[in-house]
Design a protein around this ligand. Structure first.
Ligand SMILES: Nc1ncnc2c1ncn2[C@@H]1O[C@H](COP(=O)(O)OP(=O)(O)OP(=O)(O)O)[C@@H](O)[C@H]1O
Length: 597
């Protein structure tokens, strides 16, 4: 939360002010300090319901719509009121936890913690928070728990771990709030069992207020709803309302062969065809390293984010990326949990929040679905995830180098751009089935279903009133680069990829320890701890780093400044570009890809 991170105007509820919620003046002060004047729509709906009516809330609202403050403000306000009441009471000084916030990943835990710290800046004497999923040692965590933090943020597994320890120093008798953020992902990560065990420790019968939040929800949350909620208010932000005004995200797909994904990527980044920061999603860790090494061949720097890296490094990489230290971040999307089930029902669920009236599935059907899901889950690092919830700042473009394997995952990935009122572009590479498996070294297993997934994405986006457009470009324009790419690609062998992976891991393990100690005191060391260093296990061919003039289109040969103005698409397509809404209006917003011309 800072003044440069403002939600899109489409989400803001101009008709309401934060003052109207009668919040504690210290809370109002910090909200104001962060440049937030009006609440977002989800905030103006959720806050009064939670504060005045004490309702449980199930909320489904788009990515970037301000869900975090929608639950944090009521939690903090309630705690402040409770503390005020206690101060005149003899029980003052109690050390019970009053709010628990559960999130699926460590990344999200850290992010929510940061937002909360800013929110309680002026009342930090009365409200203390602790992120259980941070990298603190167990002994440090225990001593911090003994101090009785009012708010705990954690992944379900970590919380259960703490609750199950013999010397459990967490007291939950007075618990007032339970929040489960990105609730459907919490379930998909297989945390349901943990949640049910956690439930045994909670004073569920004692007016515990709950919040279940996500941008995508489906019937899987029925059990949780029954277990944790009492006649919840179901807030489903009207997507059409928001979307009609939200013209900032432009979506394209590009049909390319497996190998040409690398070729296109090289051309796009070498020629600077995307202005601003890009977040590239790949579907497995090796592919991330392969892409990094290939780009490295051409002198294009990037850094890697995946579940294998130490949590410290991951956190630092996201922070640095947000501070614009890196331009290219290659993230392995593990929240993909490589689901290969038929997803038809998920598509149908996109617009449906489960409510009693809306829950049409029979129990048997739901059970069947769940069992199917269990079977298709692949166990990965449970506490990593970057396509969900992480508030990446100023991302100009999300590039689905590998298409996600579900339409739902697509929603979350593209939600990392066009945040906070900025415009953005989402580009997805799609491998036609007839091209699948033709070039083994560049092949991605999940691409077999790209066309099928694409049609689901198109269907899903059109339901939301958006269009994902084919991006056509003149293949001849990139042909000149093919030979170089073949050369560069060949140097990146499977052995090189493996070595790079081990090397990076070692490097990051070392830096991760250093990170903690050094940064505050020695900011000059930052340079030596950069995450986008070349990994070099592949033979680097220096000559590939330069783009010779003869490869450039004529205009760029005469004037280097025109290097970003490649006729990459045909002129007719250009006219159509810009997001088209159901109403037929086209976005006039700037789009980095428009500069391709
Ligand atoms: N009332 C507000 N006015 C302006 N900006 C806001 C307001 N509330 C939140 N924001 C900003 O909007 C951005 C998105 O908020 P947040 O991360 O809570 O979204 P989200 O709905 O949780 O998204 P996701 O589903 O992707 O996690 C943040 O940068 C936040 O600082």
């Amino acid at each position: 939360m800072s003044s440069d991170q403002i939600a899109s105007a489409a989400y803001i509820d101009d008709a309401v002010t934060f003052e109207s919620f009668q919040l504690d003046s210290r809370l109002l002060q910090s909200i104001k300090n962060n440049g937030f004047i009006n609440p977002t729509l989800i905030q103006s709906s959720a806050i009064p319901l939670a504060l005045q009516e004490k309702r449980d809330i199930i909320a489904k609202a788009s990515t970037g719509s301000g869900k975090t403050l929608a639950y944090l403000i009521p939690v903090v306000q309630t705690i402040l009121e409770y503390k005020k009441a206690l101060s005149s009471d003899s029980k003052f000084g109690q050390t019970s936890t009053l709010g628990i916030i559960l999130v699926p990943t460590r990344e999200l835990a850290q992010q929510v913690f940061t937002v909360l710290e800013k929110l309680i800046l002026f009342c930090s004497k009365d409200v203390h928070c602790l992120n259980l999923s941070s990298n603190l040692s167990d002994s440090v965590l225990n001593s911090l728990l003994l101090e009785g933090p009012e708010i705990i943020i954690s992944t379900p597994a970590k919380l259960l771990n703490v609750l199950d320890t013999k010397v459990n120093s967490l007291s939950l008798e007075e618990l007032k709030f339970l929040v489960i953020d990105e609730v459907d992902l919490v379930l998909t990560f297989g945390y349901q069992e943990d949640l049910m065990k956690i439930a045994r420790y909670l004073p569920l019968k004692k007016n515990l207020q709950t919040f279940l939040m996500s941008a995508t929800l489906n019937d899987d949350i029925q059990d949780l709803k029954q277990q944790f909620c009492r006649s919840p208010a179901i807030l489903k932000l009207n997507e059409d309302e928001i979307n009609k005004d939200q013209t900032k995200l432009v979506q394209y797909y590009v049909k390319v062969s497996e190998f040409d994904k690398f070729l296109l990527c090289y051309v796009i980044f070498k020629l600077g065809l995307i202005k601003g920061k890009t977040l590239i999603f790949v579907n497995d860790i090796d592919r991330g390293y392969r892409l990094k090494l290939v780009l490295e061949q051409f002198g294009i720097k990037s850094c890697i984010l995946n579940s294998e890296l130490p949590a410290n490094s991951r956190q630092h990489i996201v922070e640095e990326f947000n501070k614009n230290v890196y331009q290219l971040l290659i993230a392995t999307d593990d929240t993909e949990y490589i689901k290969e089930e038929d997803e038809e029902e998920e598509d149908d669920d996109q617009g449906n929040v489960p409510a009693e009236a809306e829950a049409t599935n029979s129990e048997a059907e739901i059970k069947g679905k769940k069992e199917k899901k269990k079977r298709t889950q692949i166990k990965k690092d449970k506490e990593y995830g970057v396509s969900r919830g992480v508030d990446f700042k100023n991302v100009a473009c999300v590039l689905n180098f590998d298409l996600p394997t579900t339409a739902k995952s697509y929603v979350h990935r593209i939600g990392r751009t066009a945040r906070a009122g900025k415009s953005g572009t989402a580009i997805s590479f799609v491998v036609p089935l007839k091209e699948f498996g033709k070039h083994k070294p560049s092949m991605c297993r999940t691409a077999k279903k790209d066309e099928k997934i694409l049609s689901r994405i198109i269907k899903q986006q059109s339901k939301l009133g958006f269009e994902i457009q084919p991006y056509s470009f003149d293949v001849k324009q990139i042909e000149g680069f093919r030979y170089r790419m073949e050369d560069g690609f060949r140097a990146v062998t499977q052995v090189a990829v493996r070595e790079a992976r081990v090397k990076e891991l070692k490097q990051e393990l070392l830096t991760s320890d250093k990170l903690k100690r050094h940064f505050e005191e020695n900011p000059q060391d930052l340079q030596s701890l950069r995450h986008d260093k070349e990994l070099h296990p592949a033979r680097v061919q220096q000559h590939l780093k330069r783009v010779p003039d003869y490869l450039l289109p004529e205009a760029a040969r005469q004037d280097k400044k025109k290097i970003g103005f490649i006729p990459f698409h045909n002129a007719k397509q250009q006219k159509k570009r810009g997001r088209i809404h159901k109403g037929g209006k086209r976005s006039g917003k700037s789009d980095p890809l428009r500069n391709f011309k």
